[in-house]
Write a protein of this length. Structure first.
Ligand code: FES
Ligand code: FES
Length: 158
């Protein structure tokens, strides 16, 4: 099919089987390799992208399902205060090690903090519950996101 959708704010069209996984189309056809594959079964969250603003596992989405919709990947999170804070604090706290989970966590965290800027530490854990990390033990990720949330509210250093 001639698939048309908005990708990171730009109208995109490509000939692709509607049955291919969105994850593969993003990585292989569109060279957006920030989106990672972990489990390939909808369990780990590494492949998370936003479709019409909702977090979805791109390994479970058929390309044809995004026809006419808006897709945002980790590459398209932009340079707003929240996105910048999430990126910088994940790095500065050491909340990223092998990095496979990191893009999915960044996507979910930016979406979560844009919607719930006052999210508590416990709430941040809930919001990121679908993102599995085998390396960090989560503590440093939550530390980073708590700091990013404060910065997003204008409470921390910019
Ligand atoms: S790769 Fe999609 S949820 Fe794990
Ligand atoms: S940093 Fe390796 S899976 Fe999270």
């Amino acid at each position: 099919m001639n698939l048309r959708f908005s990708l990171n704010g730009e109208q995109t069209a490509l000939d692709v089987s509607p049955w291919r996984r969105l994850l593969d189309v993003l990585r292989e056809d569109l060279a957006l390799t920030g989106t990672k594959e972990g489990c390939g079964e909808g369990e780990c969250g590494a492949c998370t992208v936003l479709v019409d603003g909702e977090a979805v596992c791109s390994c479970l989405v058929a390309a044809g399902q995004v026809e006419g919709r808006e897709v945002r990947t980790v590459e398209g999170l932009g340079d707003g205060a929240v996105a910048r804070a999430v990126r910088e604090e994940l790095v500065s706290f050491g909340g990223t090690q092998c990095g496979i989970c990191t893009p999915g966590i960044a996507v979910c965290a930016v979406r979560a903090l844009e919607r719930e800027p006052d999210a508590s530490r416990d709430r941040l854990r809930e919001l990121l519950a679908g993102n599995i990390c085998r390396c960090t033990g989560y503590q440093l990720i939550v530390d980073a996101l708590e700091c990013a949330a404060a910065r997003g509210r204008g409470e921390g250093a910019e």
